[in-house]
Design a protein around this ligand. Structure first.
Ligand code: AHR
Length: 500
């Protein structure tokens, strides 16, 4: 394969990488909450009923923000069911996932978990079957220090101090006919504006996320976003993007080109935000909150989504392979490349349900995507640099022209480090690269790790948990302000350079 060259200059930066793009998503769905993070009966349970093995693994992912309680679940959820003495909380039917919800885990447990994990909480209110007023009451419960009804209720439930929840999603996927309480854009915009106003009147410091399009394939894609942003105006700090991708046809080249379309989705929604800002003549614009993203296509049958009136049923327990890990890496590369506009992102979800972690009884498994996320998250601090990539590529039906190299770079001035995340998309050939840092002199290679497996469909199992894990790599040669390497076929290289 011909060499790919990359040119980087420290003066050409996209922007500071928002730490909040390394977020997660905890939904009351399947075994994400119960048998996932929370299982008082487990031998791993801590004093609060959280599974300390799961939390220890999540700590390794260094997530920064956690979205809760859904997802589709949010559109039928009434937060008051989940607070107060546990014995008094009702068992309810969850219509989103046809499951039973015990409400043993609710707002107070969620906040306790966030505090333990050092996660910024992000709460999605019910704008499907709930009212703007119910949403505003939830803000009061979480954030008010006044001696008023819901703040008092929180204190009675054991938390005298307000929780200070800053990020609030105004519903979930309201453009989708599958959503409880789905309405057209014009009606959602009214609901969202009413809720946002009351919520903000309750606590001026909060930041709202309006529902954008739930998929790029929606017939109302972008038009929905435009209408909602125009109507909600300055009360919308962020607009949400969702994306689930997969390889149902077993076409690796096509699947591994998907980063192109993630770039395109981000740039299209960004264009929509800029259009609305210019049209309304506003100083402030809405930024992008990619609050659900992942690979999800294998566990997607009807029965995967039907909880059959059970508590914590096995739902969408996707098994991830080596190829999926490279796609997760491309999502993160795209977020970093668009650091100026993507400010929050949440991997959906965190355990058991389309997740990097799986529990089985007392056991815990780290899936391939766990390692891709971890490699990035550990080195997330700094400035995203613009990269000029020139090299061979290929054409796919769905994603047109792509280069074999998918790449991002973060310059951490304080640590004196420059980190590259490089995916070789070629399933069959190694990729020679030459990178020129233009006056940034390399002192040494601080760390080089590769995530790669000869078989794209290789997976980690409880029996063989270390099939797809990062390994050390020693193929990078440095020389002044340049380095060269040959990336193995279908691999992710994380390269940390120490700078002079
Ligand atoms: O993450 C699983 C589901 O996918 C969420 O509940 C929903 O928002 C999306 O469609």
């Amino acid at each position: 394969m011909k060499q790919t060259t990359v040119d980087v200059h420290p003066r050409f930066a996209v922007g500071e990488v928002s730490p909040l793009i390394f977020g997660g998503f905890l939904e009351h769905m399947g075994r994400c909450v119960y048998e996932g993070v929370y299982e008082p009966g487990s031998r791993h349970a801590d004093d609060d009923g959280f599974r300390d093995d799961v939390l220890a693994a999540l700590r390794e992912l260094q997530m920064t923000v956690m979205r809760y309680p859904g997802g589709n679940f949010a559109s039928g959820y009434h937060w008051r069911d989940g607070v107060g003495p546990r014995g008094d909380r009702p068992v309810v039917k969850d219509l989103a996932w046809q499951s039973l919800e015990s409400n043993q885990f609710g707002t107070d447990e969620f906040i306790k978990l966030c505090t333990k994990m050092n996660w910024e909480p992000m709460v999605a209110v019910n704008l499907g079957t709930g009212t703007p007023e119910e949403a505003r009451d939830w803000v009061e419960y979480c954030n008010s220090s006044a001696p008023s009804r819901f703040a008092r209720l929180r204190a009675e439930n054991g938390a005298a101090e307000p929780y200070g929840v800053k990020y609030w999603c105004l519903g979930n996927e309201m453009d989708g006919p599958w959503q409880l309480g789905h309405v057209p854009a014009s009606q959602y915009a009214i609901r969202a504006q009413q809720a946002a106003k009351m919520m903000k009147d309750c606590d001026r410091s909060i930041r709202n996320v309006v529902c954008g399009s739930s998929a790029v394939t929606m017939p109302t894609y972008l038009d929905w976003d435009r209408q909602v942003l125009e109507y909600v105006g300055g009360l919308a700090h962020y607009v949400s993007l969702h994306r689930y991708v997969g390889n149902p046809d077993g076409n690796a080249e096509d699947y591994l080109a998907i980063g192109n379309s993630i770039d395109e989705q981000i740039e299209s929604v960004d264009a929509c935000c800029r259009y609305v800002q210019a049209k309304l003549g506003r100083q402030r614009r809405a930024y992008l909150c990619f609050d659900e993203w992942n690979v999800w296509y294998k566990a997607r049958t009807e029965s995967d989504m039907d909880g059959q009136d059970k508590f914590a049923p096995h739902l969408v327990e996707e098994i991830y392979n080596a190829e999926d890990a490279l796609v997760v890496a491309q999502f993160l590369n795209s977020f970093i490349r668009h650091a100026d506009v993507v400010k929050i992102a949440n991997l959906a979800q965190i355990v058991n349900v389309i997740a990097p972690l799986m529990t089985r009884g007392d056991r815990l498994l780290k899936q391939s995507i766990f390692y891709a996320f971890q490699l990035f998250s550990e080195k997330k601090t700094g400035l995203s640099l613009r990269l000029a990539v020139d090299g061979p590529g290929y054409t796919t039906d769905r994603y047109r022209e792509v280069s074999y190299l998918d790449c991002s770079a973060i310059l951490n001035h304080r640590a004196g480090e420059l980190t590259f995340f490089m995916v070789n998309r070629s399933p069959g050939e190694s990729l020679p690269i030459a990178v020129n840092l233009h006056d940034l002199m390399i002192d040494s290679v601080a760390d080089q790790r590769i995530l790669h497996h000869d078989k794209l469909d290789a997976v980690n199992t409880f029996e063989q948990p270390e099939e797809v894990v990062p390994r050390s790599f020693d193929q990078v040669s440095i020389n002044g302000d340049t380095f060269t390497a040959a990336l193995p076929a279908a691999s992710l290289l994380r390269l940390v350079l120490k700078l002079h």
